[in-house]
Design a binder for this molecule. Sequence first.
Ligand SMILES: [Fe+2]
Length: 156
Amino acid sequence: MPSGKRVSTHFEWTPDMSVGEETIDAQHQRLLAQLNKVIDAMLFGAESEEIVRAVDFFKTYADEHLAYEEAYMAQRGYSHLAEHQKYHDDFREKYRAFHEQLTSRHAPDGLLMEMEVYLGDWWMHHILLEDKKYYEALGPSEGRVPTPRPRATKLA
Ligand SMILES: [Fe+2]
């Protein structure tokens, strides 16, 4: 089992989390680093504007990453692409709902904590288990770089 771990409230990418494709690995590292910033903003009392900025940046970056990863799996002919895309779409949908609540005038109590727990759990689980499945099926990328295709479903 890979050892990517939760360090206090922070997440850390470790080499055994690699999925065999350089760009995706770099994106995962950056996503976790950005997630730490979102969590810091949420937990350590940053101004709400700052939280929204961190969440917005995370959204843009996550969206690009998910599209890139889908293009990669498609290019490599991954047989469980549709199933994997469904996980991504579920995330996009959930994130959209969070974002809507966060930017509404009456964000529910406990929203930040709920978001923090969801985002952390989702990404760690996804990278360690779901993304690992395509690595196990496809092996290393052998340097082929996919061209991300625009998708109809975007994050909020
Ligand atoms: Fe994925």
